[in-house]
Design a protein around this ligand. Structure first.
Ligand code: UD1
Length: 416
Protein backbone atom coordinates (compact mmCIF):
# COMPACT_ATOMS: atom_id res chain seq x y z
CA UNK A 1 0.00 0.00 0.00
CA UNK A 2 1.33 3.44 -0.93
CA UNK A 3 2.30 6.01 1.69
CA UNK A 4 3.25 9.66 1.78
CA UNK A 5 6.29 10.85 3.71
CA UNK A 6 6.31 14.53 4.65
CA UNK A 7 9.14 16.45 6.26
CA UNK A 8 7.30 19.25 8.02
CA UNK A 9 8.20 22.86 8.57
CA UNK A 10 8.42 24.40 5.09
CA UNK A 11 5.93 27.23 4.49
CA UNK A 12 4.02 26.75 1.21
CA UNK A 13 4.93 29.40 -1.34
CA UNK A 14 4.10 29.90 -5.01
CA UNK A 15 1.31 29.26 -7.46
CA UNK A 16 -0.86 26.26 -8.12
CA UNK A 17 -3.58 25.51 -10.67
CA UNK A 18 -6.85 24.19 -9.27
CA UNK A 19 -8.33 21.12 -10.96
CA UNK A 20 -11.89 20.44 -12.06
CA UNK A 21 -14.23 19.51 -9.22
CA UNK A 22 -14.61 15.81 -8.38
CA UNK A 23 -18.10 16.34 -7.01
CA UNK A 24 -19.21 18.12 -10.20
CA UNK A 25 -17.43 15.72 -12.58
CA UNK A 26 -19.02 12.54 -11.17
CA UNK A 27 -22.71 13.54 -11.59
CA UNK A 28 -22.01 15.24 -14.91
CA UNK A 29 -20.36 12.06 -16.26
CA UNK A 30 -23.61 10.21 -15.37
CA UNK A 31 -25.55 12.71 -17.47
CA UNK A 32 -24.00 10.96 -20.51
CA UNK A 33 -26.53 8.16 -19.85
CA UNK A 34 -29.38 10.58 -20.59
CA UNK A 35 -28.67 10.95 -24.31
CA UNK A 36 -27.61 8.90 -27.33
CA UNK A 37 -25.59 11.88 -28.57
CA UNK A 38 -22.08 12.93 -27.53
CA UNK A 39 -21.28 14.69 -24.27
CA UNK A 40 -17.91 16.39 -24.39
CA UNK A 41 -16.44 17.34 -21.01
CA UNK A 42 -13.38 19.51 -20.40
CA UNK A 43 -11.43 20.35 -17.22
CA UNK A 44 -11.95 16.75 -16.11
CA UNK A 45 -9.69 15.97 -13.13
CA UNK A 46 -7.34 12.97 -13.27
CA UNK A 47 -8.68 11.18 -10.19
CA UNK A 48 -9.25 7.62 -9.13
CA UNK A 49 -13.01 8.21 -8.67
CA UNK A 50 -13.27 9.68 -12.18
CA UNK A 51 -11.56 6.51 -13.49
CA UNK A 52 -13.99 4.31 -11.55
CA UNK A 53 -17.00 6.22 -12.89
CA UNK A 54 -15.65 5.97 -16.45
CA UNK A 55 -15.18 2.21 -16.02
CA UNK A 56 -18.75 1.87 -14.76
CA UNK A 57 -20.15 3.83 -17.73
CA UNK A 58 -18.06 1.74 -20.16
CA UNK A 59 -19.45 -1.45 -18.59
CA UNK A 60 -22.93 -0.14 -19.31
CA UNK A 61 -22.12 0.40 -22.97
CA UNK A 62 -21.25 4.12 -23.05
CA UNK A 63 -18.18 4.79 -25.18
CA UNK A 64 -15.50 7.20 -23.98
CA UNK A 65 -12.74 8.89 -25.95
CA UNK A 66 -10.14 10.24 -23.56
CA UNK A 67 -7.61 13.03 -23.99
CA UNK A 68 -5.72 14.86 -21.24
CA UNK A 69 -8.32 16.60 -19.09
CA UNK A 70 -11.08 15.82 -21.59
CA UNK A 71 -13.49 13.07 -22.44
CA UNK A 72 -16.19 12.52 -25.02
CA UNK A 73 -18.95 10.12 -24.01
CA UNK A 74 -21.50 8.59 -26.32
CA UNK A 75 -24.44 6.77 -24.84
CA UNK A 76 -25.97 5.27 -27.99
CA UNK A 77 -25.01 1.68 -27.19
CA UNK A 78 -26.13 1.28 -23.56
CA UNK A 79 -27.31 -2.29 -23.02
CA UNK A 80 -26.41 -2.98 -19.40
CA UNK A 81 -28.31 -1.14 -16.67
CA UNK A 82 -26.49 -2.52 -13.67
CA UNK A 83 -24.06 -0.86 -11.24
CA UNK A 84 -22.40 -3.76 -9.38
CA UNK A 85 -21.52 -3.83 -5.67
CA UNK A 86 -17.76 -3.81 -6.33
CA UNK A 87 -17.98 -0.36 -7.86
CA UNK A 88 -20.61 1.21 -5.61
CA UNK A 89 -18.77 0.12 -2.46
CA UNK A 90 -15.59 1.94 -3.53
CA UNK A 91 -17.40 5.02 -4.78
CA UNK A 92 -20.81 5.93 -3.38
CA UNK A 93 -21.36 8.46 -6.18
CA UNK A 94 -22.09 5.45 -8.44
CA UNK A 95 -25.65 5.77 -7.08
CA UNK A 96 -25.91 8.71 -9.53
CA UNK A 97 -26.48 6.32 -12.46
CA UNK A 98 -29.84 5.31 -10.95
CA UNK A 99 -31.88 8.38 -11.95
CA UNK A 100 -30.54 8.66 -15.53
CA UNK A 101 -30.92 4.90 -16.22
CA UNK A 102 -34.51 4.63 -15.05
CA UNK A 103 -35.44 7.89 -16.80
CA UNK A 104 -34.05 6.90 -20.21
CA UNK A 105 -34.32 3.10 -20.24
CA UNK A 106 -37.08 2.46 -17.68
CA UNK A 107 -34.87 -0.06 -15.89
CA UNK A 108 -31.93 0.14 -13.47
CA UNK A 109 -30.23 -2.16 -11.02
CA UNK A 110 -27.84 -0.43 -8.64
CA UNK A 111 -26.14 -1.92 -5.62
CA UNK A 112 -26.98 -0.40 -2.23
CA UNK A 113 -23.85 1.47 -1.11
CA UNK A 114 -23.64 0.05 2.42
CA UNK A 115 -21.79 1.80 5.23
CA UNK A 116 -18.64 3.85 4.95
CA UNK A 117 -16.06 5.29 7.30
CA UNK A 118 -17.99 8.50 7.96
CA UNK A 119 -21.37 6.95 8.80
CA UNK A 120 -24.24 4.87 7.49
CA UNK A 121 -25.18 7.27 4.64
CA UNK A 122 -28.50 5.82 3.42
CA UNK A 123 -30.00 6.47 -0.04
CA UNK A 124 -33.65 6.37 1.03
CA UNK A 125 -34.32 9.88 -0.31
CA UNK A 126 -33.14 8.91 -3.81
CA UNK A 127 -35.48 5.89 -3.71
CA UNK A 128 -38.50 7.75 -2.30
CA UNK A 129 -38.11 10.48 -4.90
CA UNK A 130 -38.08 8.01 -7.80
CA UNK A 131 -41.11 6.23 -6.31
CA UNK A 132 -42.94 9.57 -6.16
CA UNK A 133 -42.16 9.88 -9.90
CA UNK A 134 -43.87 6.55 -10.52
CA UNK A 135 -40.93 4.12 -10.50
CA UNK A 136 -41.55 0.68 -9.05
CA UNK A 137 -38.68 -0.14 -6.75
CA UNK A 138 -37.72 -3.45 -5.21
CA UNK A 139 -34.77 -3.97 -2.90
CA UNK A 140 -33.48 -7.48 -3.64
CA UNK A 141 -30.20 -9.17 -2.72
CA UNK A 142 -28.57 -5.85 -1.82
CA UNK A 143 -29.62 -4.17 -5.05
CA UNK A 144 -32.09 -1.39 -5.82
CA UNK A 145 -34.11 -2.52 -8.82
CA UNK A 146 -36.11 0.34 -10.36
CA UNK A 147 -38.56 0.09 -13.23
CA UNK A 148 -40.83 2.63 -14.91
CA UNK A 149 -42.54 2.98 -18.30
CA UNK A 150 -41.93 6.71 -18.23
CA UNK A 151 -41.30 8.69 -15.06
CA UNK A 152 -43.91 11.30 -14.20
CA UNK A 153 -43.26 14.77 -12.83
CA UNK A 154 -43.90 15.07 -9.09
CA UNK A 155 -43.53 17.43 -6.13
CA UNK A 156 -40.77 16.01 -3.92
CA UNK A 157 -39.77 17.31 -0.50
CA UNK A 158 -36.36 16.31 0.91
CA UNK A 159 -36.53 15.72 4.70
CA UNK A 160 -32.75 16.15 4.80
CA UNK A 161 -30.79 18.23 2.30
CA UNK A 162 -28.98 15.74 0.06
CA UNK A 163 -26.50 16.73 -2.64
CA UNK A 164 -26.45 13.54 -4.71
CA UNK A 165 -30.15 13.00 -3.92
CA UNK A 166 -30.96 16.36 -5.53
CA UNK A 167 -28.67 15.57 -8.49
CA UNK A 168 -30.10 12.08 -9.07
CA UNK A 169 -33.70 13.28 -9.08
CA UNK A 170 -32.88 16.37 -11.14
CA UNK A 171 -31.36 14.14 -13.85
CA UNK A 172 -34.29 11.72 -13.69
CA UNK A 173 -36.80 14.58 -14.00
CA UNK A 174 -35.25 15.94 -17.23
CA UNK A 175 -36.85 13.08 -19.20
CA UNK A 176 -40.03 12.66 -17.10
CA UNK A 177 -43.50 13.44 -18.32
CA UNK A 178 -44.48 16.79 -16.79
CA UNK A 179 -43.10 19.11 -14.16
CA UNK A 180 -41.03 18.03 -11.13
CA UNK A 181 -40.46 20.37 -8.20
CA UNK A 182 -37.68 19.49 -5.75
CA UNK A 183 -38.18 21.22 -2.42
CA UNK A 184 -35.53 21.63 0.28
CA UNK A 185 -33.08 20.81 -2.51
CA UNK A 186 -29.30 21.08 -2.09
CA UNK A 187 -27.90 24.49 -3.11
CA UNK A 188 -24.30 23.34 -3.59
CA UNK A 189 -22.44 24.93 -6.56
CA UNK A 190 -21.96 21.42 -8.02
CA UNK A 191 -25.76 21.12 -8.36
CA UNK A 192 -25.71 24.33 -10.42
CA UNK A 193 -22.84 23.00 -12.56
CA UNK A 194 -24.82 19.83 -13.30
CA UNK A 195 -27.92 21.92 -14.10
CA UNK A 196 -25.82 24.07 -16.49
CA UNK A 197 -24.64 20.94 -18.30
CA UNK A 198 -28.17 19.50 -18.47
CA UNK A 199 -29.50 22.80 -19.85
CA UNK A 200 -26.80 22.70 -22.54
CA UNK A 201 -28.18 19.23 -23.38
CA UNK A 202 -31.69 20.67 -23.80
CA UNK A 203 -33.13 20.17 -20.30
CA UNK A 204 -35.55 22.71 -18.85
CA UNK A 205 -34.43 23.50 -15.31
CA UNK A 206 -34.84 26.58 -13.14
CA UNK A 207 -34.20 27.44 -9.51
CA UNK A 208 -30.92 25.48 -9.17
CA UNK A 209 -28.81 27.14 -6.49
CA UNK A 210 -31.98 27.82 -4.45
CA UNK A 211 -33.87 25.29 -2.31
CA UNK A 212 -36.62 24.87 -4.93
CA UNK A 213 -35.59 23.38 -8.27
CA UNK A 214 -38.18 23.05 -11.04
CA UNK A 215 -37.65 20.70 -13.97
CA UNK A 216 -39.99 20.38 -16.94
CA UNK A 217 -39.40 17.04 -18.62
CA UNK A 218 -38.61 16.83 -22.34
CA UNK A 219 -38.85 13.88 -24.80
CA UNK A 220 -35.08 13.60 -25.35
CA UNK A 221 -31.82 15.37 -24.55
CA UNK A 222 -29.10 16.08 -27.10
CA UNK A 223 -25.30 16.31 -27.12
CA UNK A 224 -23.35 19.18 -25.55
CA UNK A 225 -19.96 20.43 -24.46
CA UNK A 226 -19.40 21.42 -20.85
CA UNK A 227 -16.44 22.63 -18.79
CA UNK A 228 -16.32 21.21 -15.25
CA UNK A 229 -16.22 23.92 -12.55
CA UNK A 230 -13.12 24.31 -10.33
CA UNK A 231 -12.84 22.19 -7.20
CA UNK A 232 -13.74 24.34 -4.18
CA UNK A 233 -12.59 21.69 -1.72
CA UNK A 234 -9.18 21.31 -3.36
CA UNK A 235 -8.96 25.13 -3.35
CA UNK A 236 -9.88 25.30 0.33
CA UNK A 237 -7.43 22.53 1.20
CA UNK A 238 -4.47 24.36 -0.39
CA UNK A 239 -5.50 27.63 1.28
CA UNK A 240 -5.70 26.01 4.72
CA UNK A 241 -2.34 24.29 4.13
CA UNK A 242 -0.79 27.65 3.23
CA UNK A 243 -2.33 29.32 6.29
CA UNK A 244 -1.24 26.52 8.65
CA UNK A 245 2.37 26.62 7.40
CA UNK A 246 2.58 30.44 7.47
CA UNK A 247 2.97 30.56 3.71
CA UNK A 248 1.94 32.65 0.74
CA UNK A 249 0.17 31.01 -2.21
CA UNK A 250 -1.82 31.96 -5.26
CA UNK A 251 -4.47 29.61 -6.60
CA UNK A 252 -5.16 29.91 -10.33
CA UNK A 253 -8.33 28.91 -12.23
CA UNK A 254 -10.54 28.81 -9.16
CA UNK A 255 -13.55 30.81 -7.96
CA UNK A 256 -13.86 32.86 -4.78
CA UNK A 257 -17.68 33.07 -5.01
CA UNK A 258 -18.02 29.36 -4.19
CA UNK A 259 -15.65 29.58 -1.20
CA UNK A 260 -17.21 32.40 0.80
CA UNK A 261 -17.51 30.75 4.24
CA UNK A 262 -14.08 29.14 3.90
CA UNK A 263 -12.42 32.46 3.01
CA UNK A 264 -14.24 34.18 5.91
CA UNK A 265 -12.92 31.58 8.35
CA UNK A 266 -9.39 31.91 6.98
CA UNK A 267 -9.55 35.71 7.41
CA UNK A 268 -10.79 35.19 10.96
CA UNK A 269 -7.73 32.96 11.51
CA UNK A 270 -5.56 35.91 10.51
CA UNK A 271 -4.84 35.22 6.83
CA UNK A 272 -4.74 38.08 4.32
CA UNK A 273 -6.73 37.15 1.23
CA UNK A 274 -6.91 38.89 -2.13
CA UNK A 275 -9.15 37.87 -4.99
CA UNK A 276 -8.29 38.81 -8.56
CA UNK A 277 -10.59 37.32 -11.20
CA UNK A 278 -10.15 33.56 -11.08
CA UNK A 279 -7.14 33.77 -8.73
CA UNK A 280 -7.07 33.76 -4.94
CA UNK A 281 -3.97 34.87 -3.06
CA UNK A 282 -3.46 34.01 0.62
CA UNK A 283 -0.71 35.18 2.89
CA UNK A 284 -0.25 34.24 6.52
CA UNK A 285 2.26 35.69 8.92
CA UNK A 286 2.58 34.38 12.43
CA UNK A 287 0.52 31.73 14.15
CA UNK A 288 -3.12 31.30 13.05
CA UNK A 289 -5.90 32.15 15.51
CA UNK A 290 -8.28 29.35 16.47
CA UNK A 291 -11.64 29.50 14.64
CA UNK A 292 -14.95 27.84 15.49
CA UNK A 293 -16.49 25.80 12.70
CA UNK A 294 -20.00 24.35 12.32
CA UNK A 295 -20.75 22.33 9.20
CA UNK A 296 -24.12 22.61 7.45
CA UNK A 297 -25.46 22.42 3.88
CA UNK A 298 -24.33 25.11 1.41
CA UNK A 299 -24.05 28.11 1.70
CA UNK A 300 -22.91 27.33 5.26
CA UNK A 301 -19.51 25.82 6.08
CA UNK A 302 -18.86 22.61 4.06
CA UNK A 303 -18.41 19.30 5.88
CA UNK A 304 -15.72 18.46 3.30
CA UNK A 305 -13.53 21.24 4.82
CA UNK A 306 -14.09 20.32 8.48
CA UNK A 307 -11.08 18.02 8.87
CA UNK A 308 -8.67 20.48 7.24
CA UNK A 309 -9.75 23.29 9.60
CA UNK A 310 -9.33 20.90 12.51
CA UNK A 311 -5.65 20.50 11.49
CA UNK A 312 -5.28 24.30 11.40
CA UNK A 313 -6.90 24.65 14.82
CA UNK A 314 -4.50 22.07 16.29
CA UNK A 315 -1.59 24.51 16.00
CA UNK A 316 -3.60 27.73 16.34
CA UNK A 317 -3.48 30.22 19.16
CA UNK A 318 -6.43 29.54 21.46
CA UNK A 319 -9.19 26.94 21.65
CA UNK A 320 -11.94 26.21 19.17
CA UNK A 321 -15.09 24.17 18.73
CA UNK A 322 -15.65 22.10 15.60
CA UNK A 323 -19.24 20.90 15.21
CA UNK A 324 -20.16 18.33 12.53
CA UNK A 325 -23.89 18.34 11.71
CA UNK A 326 -23.94 16.45 8.37
CA UNK A 327 -22.27 13.09 9.05
CA UNK A 328 -22.50 11.07 12.24
CA UNK A 329 -18.95 9.76 12.34
CA UNK A 330 -16.69 12.29 10.71
CA UNK A 331 -14.04 12.69 13.42
CA UNK A 332 -11.91 9.70 12.43
CA UNK A 333 -8.93 12.04 11.97
CA UNK A 334 -9.00 13.09 15.65
CA UNK A 335 -7.23 9.98 16.92
CA UNK A 336 -4.56 10.32 14.25
CA UNK A 337 -4.05 14.04 15.01
CA UNK A 338 -3.60 13.11 18.69
CA UNK A 339 -0.74 10.83 17.62
CA UNK A 340 0.99 13.97 16.34
CA UNK A 341 0.49 15.71 19.69
CA UNK A 342 -2.81 17.50 19.10
CA UNK A 343 -5.09 18.17 22.08
CA UNK A 344 -8.67 17.39 21.09
CA UNK A 345 -11.68 16.32 23.16
CA UNK A 346 -14.70 14.85 21.43
CA UNK A 347 -18.24 14.81 22.81
CA UNK A 348 -20.84 13.56 20.32
CA UNK A 349 -20.68 15.72 17.20
CA UNK A 350 -18.50 18.39 18.83
CA UNK A 351 -14.72 18.52 19.06
CA UNK A 352 -12.95 20.97 21.33
CA UNK A 353 -9.46 21.70 20.04
CA UNK A 354 -6.87 23.31 22.28
CA UNK A 355 -4.15 24.78 20.08
CA UNK A 356 -0.60 23.61 20.83
CA UNK A 357 2.53 25.44 19.67
CA UNK A 358 3.80 22.53 17.61
CA UNK A 359 2.96 19.02 16.38
CA UNK A 360 5.48 16.21 16.11
CA UNK A 361 5.82 13.91 13.12
CA UNK A 362 4.63 10.30 13.48
CA UNK A 363 3.11 7.51 11.40
CA UNK A 364 -0.63 7.99 10.90
CA UNK A 365 -3.36 6.31 8.91
CA UNK A 366 -5.74 7.96 6.44
CA UNK A 367 -9.34 6.85 7.01
CA UNK A 368 -11.29 8.76 4.38
CA UNK A 369 -10.71 11.35 1.70
CA UNK A 370 -10.91 14.60 3.67
CA UNK A 371 -9.37 13.06 6.81
CA UNK A 372 -6.37 12.28 4.61
CA UNK A 373 -6.12 15.92 3.51
CA UNK A 374 -6.21 16.95 7.18
CA UNK A 375 -3.29 14.61 7.95
CA UNK A 376 -1.30 16.03 5.03
CA UNK A 377 -1.78 19.55 6.45
CA UNK A 378 -0.80 18.34 9.92
CA UNK A 379 2.28 16.63 8.43
CA UNK A 380 3.27 19.86 6.65
CA UNK A 381 3.38 21.75 9.96
CA UNK A 382 4.70 18.99 12.24
CA UNK A 383 8.34 18.87 13.31
CA UNK A 384 10.20 15.97 11.71
CA UNK A 385 8.77 13.28 9.46
CA UNK A 386 5.12 12.26 9.18
CA UNK A 387 4.27 9.12 7.25
CA UNK A 388 0.66 8.78 6.08
CA UNK A 389 -0.51 5.26 5.34
CA UNK A 390 -3.45 4.26 3.09
CA UNK A 391 -3.24 7.27 0.82
CA UNK A 392 -5.45 5.65 -1.82
CA UNK A 393 -8.19 7.76 -0.21
CA UNK A 394 -6.31 10.92 -1.25
CA UNK A 395 -5.92 9.71 -4.85
CA UNK A 396 -9.71 9.36 -5.05
CA UNK A 397 -10.17 13.11 -4.76
CA UNK A 398 -6.95 15.15 -5.08
CA UNK A 399 -5.28 15.41 -8.48
CA UNK A 400 -1.48 14.89 -8.30
CA UNK A 401 -1.40 16.13 -4.72
CA UNK A 402 2.24 15.48 -3.98
CA UNK A 403 3.50 17.13 -7.17
CA UNK A 404 1.29 20.17 -6.55
CA UNK A 405 2.54 20.45 -2.95
CA UNK A 406 6.18 19.94 -4.03
CA UNK A 407 5.72 22.73 -6.53
CA UNK A 408 4.76 24.92 -3.54
CA UNK A 409 7.94 23.96 -1.69
CA UNK A 410 6.67 21.11 0.48
CA UNK A 411 9.07 18.30 1.26
CA UNK A 412 6.81 15.41 0.34
CA UNK A 413 7.35 12.08 -1.40
CA UNK A 414 5.33 9.00 -2.23
CA UNK A 415 6.58 5.66 -0.96
CA UNK A 416 5.44 2.92 -3.34
C1 UD1 B 1 -22.08 14.75 -1.19
C2 UD1 B 1 -20.64 14.88 -1.57
C3 UD1 B 1 -19.75 14.73 -0.35
C4 UD1 B 1 -20.19 15.69 0.75
C5 UD1 B 1 -21.68 15.59 1.01
C6 UD1 B 1 -22.20 16.64 1.96
C7 UD1 B 1 -20.61 14.08 -3.86
C8 UD1 B 1 -20.19 13.01 -4.81
N1 UD1 B 1 -20.33 13.87 -2.56
O1 UD1 B 1 -22.28 13.44 -0.68
O2 UD1 B 1 -18.41 14.99 -0.71
O3 UD1 B 1 -19.50 15.40 1.95
O4 UD1 B 1 -22.42 15.72 -0.22
O5 UD1 B 1 -21.92 17.92 1.48
O6 UD1 B 1 -21.11 15.11 -4.25
N2 UD1 B 1 -28.96 11.23 3.63
C9 UD1 B 1 -30.03 10.44 4.00
N3 UD1 B 1 -30.72 9.79 3.00
C10 UD1 B 1 -30.41 9.92 1.68
C11 UD1 B 1 -29.32 10.73 1.32
C12 UD1 B 1 -28.62 11.39 2.33
O7 UD1 B 1 -30.35 10.29 5.17
O8 UD1 B 1 -31.08 9.30 0.84
C13 UD1 B 1 -28.19 11.93 4.69
C14 UD1 B 1 -26.73 11.48 4.74
O9 UD1 B 1 -26.56 10.31 5.51
C15 UD1 B 1 -26.07 12.70 5.37
C16 UD1 B 1 -26.89 13.87 4.78
O10 UD1 B 1 -28.11 13.29 4.33
O11 UD1 B 1 -26.21 12.67 6.76
C17 UD1 B 1 -26.25 14.58 3.62
O12 UD1 B 1 -25.79 13.64 2.68
P1 UD1 B 1 -25.70 13.92 1.12
O13 UD1 B 1 -25.80 15.39 0.86
O14 UD1 B 1 -26.64 13.03 0.41
O15 UD1 B 1 -24.21 13.46 0.82
P2 UD1 B 1 -23.74 12.84 -0.55
O16 UD1 B 1 -24.58 13.39 -1.63
O17 UD1 B 1 -23.58 11.36 -0.41
Amino acid sequence: MQKLAIQGGAPLRGEVRISGAKNAALPIMCASLLTAETLHLTNLPDLHDVGTMRKLLLQMGVTAEMATGEVTFKGDGVTNWEAPYDMVKTMRAAILVLGPLVARFGDAKVSLPGGCAIGSRPVDLHIKGLQAMGAEIAIEHGYIHAKAKRLKGARIFFDIVSVTGTENLMMAATLADGVTVLENAAREPEVIDLADCLRAMGAQISGDGTDTVTITGVEALHGATHRIMPDRIESGTFLVAAAATGGSVTLRETRADILETVLEKLSEAGAKIKVDGDSIHLEMTGRPKAVNVRTAPHPAFPTDMQAQFMALNCIAEGSSMVVETIFENRFMHVQELRRLGAQIDVEGNTSVVKGVDHLEGATVMATDLRASACLVIAGLVAQGETVIDRIYHLDRGYEHIESKLSQLGANIRRIK
